[in-house]
Design a protein around this ligand. Structure first.
Ligand code: DX5
Ligand code: ZN
Length: 217
């Protein structure tokens, strides 16, 4: 059975209290944590790297850590992220000349493998790799920043994948919250990343619960 999961992105969380915030999110119903890694090159922003992932791993031994690499040369961080304790390594197909090499290395290091698509990348780009992927991440904003507006036109990519691959983990990321979750659920997404809508809310538990109900019904 295909499970639906909600994973808050901590990009817009209070990063001075990261571990406590993550603990709270898990207590409030988060199924995994989505950690956005940016290099100032693939996207115009800088965030966290393996040392922070490792600190979270040590603080939260049971949490599923989904690292989303918005970096050029994603092959460079596979070993460091595996050693830091990442559970899933999601890289952008646009960022590497050798996606299959990345997939192989990620698997060799014992992590699950996700492939991410920027809004401008056609969904067919993932086709040659489908039998090797655990997850496809359809970006619903341009990668780089939290708090942007959801792009509903990306739902056709999700629908297309869901029709062809009933058991695939399909992740959506960017601008997902109470107002946009229904579209994601109807299109067939089952891994829901939500940043600002959760961490900026006065009641994250309630937001997580609304998101979960939408994808589970
Ligand atoms: C965007 C990141 C997303 C984003 C999610 O580059 O990959 O994970 O921060 O945050 P919201 O939900 O605020 O768009
Ligand atoms: Zn992300």
């Amino acid at each position: 059975m295909l499970l639906s999961k909600i994973g808050p992105s901590i990009l817009n969380a209070d990063l001075a209290n990261l571990s406590a915030q993550c603990q709270e999110l898990l207590k409030n119903g988060a199924d995994f944590l989505h950690l956005d890694v940016m290099d100032g090159h693939f996207v115009p922003n800088l965030t966290i790297g393996p040392p922070v992932v490792n600190s979270l791993r040590l603080a939260l031994p049971k949490a599923f850590l989904d690292v989303h690499l918005m970096v050029s040369n994603p092959e460079m961080w596979i070993k460091p992220m595996a050693e830091a304790g990442a559970d899933m390594y999601t890289f952008h197909i646009e960022a590497t000349k050798n996606p299959m090499g990345c997939i192989e290395q990620i698997k060799e290091r014992g992590m699950k493998v996700g492939m991410a698509l920027k809004p401008g990348t056609p969904v067919d780009a993932v086709e040659p790799f489908m039998s090797h992927l655990d997850c496809v991440l359809i970006m619903t904003v341009e990668p780089g920043f939290g708090g942007q507006s959801f792009m509903p036109e990306m739902m056709s990519k999700v629908k297309h994948l869901r029709e062809k691959y009933p058991m695939l983990d399909i992740e959506v990321d960017g601008g997902v919250g109470k107002g946009t979750i229904q579209q994601c659920a109807e299109a067939g997404a089952n891994m829901i990343v939500s940043g600002s809508a959760v961490v900026k809310s006065d009641n994250p538990a309630q937001v997580i619960s609304v998101l979960k109900q939408a994808v589970q019904s």
